[in-house]
Design a protein around this ligand. Structure first.
Ligand SMILES: *Cc1c(COP(=O)(O)O)cnc(C)c1O
Length: 406
């Protein structure tokens, strides 16, 4: 992989017409260390956030020994990057054949569920393989409520009384049992985890079975940009959230249980930026070579404002407008699809024009993992960059990618 000091060096050297992912391994190492140092338990990186081999390899070398996985392809990626690592199969709803593959081929011994039919599926494979249930830990996924950019409890999780019953059922079979929840992604208030812990406490007291662990899931927010026209939302920092989580865990009496967290976004967001090119400026519109079907779908659906930096093309001789004035530009994606328009503008100097580049920062989470081949566009060019996005000179303008809905 080619290496550069900054993304601007990469853009001006390569003059790329395709989107370029700028990987910052040192930032990834820092962010995973920061998380592992602050969380008082086992850190299982959520592979779906960014399962690129270079990410998994870097995390494994940085000391990550467990991974949250959801599919056979994720089992294989983790095995290839970190053959000794433990995998936690935390998808609550699994295909029977995938459960068999997990237990038989990959030696996975930790699984999550939120329904009795899933218990039956797992038990069928355990019996067929003649495994001892006490070697297997089943985490019962609890419903949670809170405010996150993505609410996941609408889709998964057992209501508290149902969770009690599932814990007892699994315990009576002979499985080790634990409780898990996932509060959604990019949480907006530190109280979110406390509400989930209160609910876990209620379930634990009613179930009255020995618990083997508590898994607090992911959801820890990454740093993004903000729309200059709006008041900046006060986002809790990771340190604040962790301090609060640690004291809530102690207060609700979970401090003696083995703890697990499954961070994704907070670990990998800062480790990548993306260089895109302005293919055409048409009035106040910029047509770029990426979009919602490639690297920008997460920011679109999650109402996330990504920070952006302007990289003007020095080959352009004439420019119009005042370079000091920051204006809003509507951004159209690369595909022919008419929904492929970022519904909030990018904020850039008025001089931005056809042929210029824009570096979009903090793009490591849910970008390459969600890109599609729609219309034949598939960003897949990577370079390594040494300087963190936030240290590469002041961000000139902001890319505001919030959805129309808000
Ligand atoms: C997606 C997911 C995660 C990671 O979430 P982040 O918000 O990226 O930290 C963790 N656990 C489960 C069960 C998930 O589905």
């Amino acid at each position: 992989m080619q290496k550069f000091e900054t993304a601007q060096d990469a853009a001006l050297t390569l003059r790329p017409d395709v989107p370029v992912y700028c990987f910052r391994p040192e930032v990834l190492r820092q962010d995973i260390r920061r998380f592992m140092d602050a969380f008082p338990g086992q850190t299982a990186y959520a592979v779906k956030t960014n399962g690129e081999p270079l990410v998994l390899n870097t995390l494994a070398k940085a000391g990550v020994t467990s991974f949250d996985v959801a599919s056979p392809a994720e089992f294989a990626s983790v095995r290839a990057a970190a053959p000794e690592a433990e995998m936690l199969y935390m998808h609550p709803i699994k295909a029977q054949s995938d459960i068999r593959l997990a237990l038989e081929t990959y030696g996975i011994r930790v699984l999550a569920l939120d329904h009795e039919d899933e218990v039956a599926k797992i038990l069928r494979i355990v019996r067929a393989l003649d495994l001892d249930p006490s070697a297997i830990t089943i985490f019962v996924r609890l419903q949670t409520k809170g405010h996150a950019a993505y609410e996941l409890s609408k889709k998964f999780g057992a209501a508290p009384a149902h969770a009690v019953e599932l814990l007892q059922r699994c315990h009576n079979i002979g499985f080790r049992v634990g409780l898990c929840f996932h509060v959604g992604s990019q949480i907006e208030e530190p109280e979110t985890y406390e509400r989930a812990l209160a609910s876990a406490d209620w379930v634990r007291n009613r179930a009255d079975v020995p618990l083997a662990g508590l898994d607090v899931g992911g959801g820890f927010p990454a740093e993004y940009g903000h729309d200059p026209r709006r008041k900046k939302k006060a986002m809790p920092s990771l340190d604040e959230i962790m301090a609060r989580l640690r004291s809530d865990i102690a207060e609700w009496g979970f401090g003696d249980l083995p703890l697990v967290a499954e961070p994704g976004r907070v670990v990998v967001a800062r480790a990548f930026s993306l260089i895109v090119r302005v293919l055409l400026r048409k009035g106040r519109r910029l047509y770029i070579n990426d979009g919602i079907w490639a690297s920008l779908s997460d920011s679109w659906t999650g109402k996330i404002t990504l920070p952006a930096r302007f990289i003007p093309d020095p080959a352009r001789r004439t420019r119009h407008g005042n370079p000091e004035t920051i204006g809003a530009f509507r951004v159209c994606g690369a595909t022919c699809d008419s929904v492929d328009i970022l519904s909030r503008p990018f904020w850039l100097p008025e001089t931005v024009d056809t042929g210029d580049w824009i570096e979009i920062g903090h793009i490591g989470a849910y970008s390459m993992s969600l890109r599609t081949r729609f219309n034949g566009f598939y960003p897949d060019t990577f370079v390594e960059v040494a300087t963190p996005f936030g240290e590469g000179g002041g961000a000139e303008g902001f890319a505001s990618l919030e959805t129309m809905a808000d």
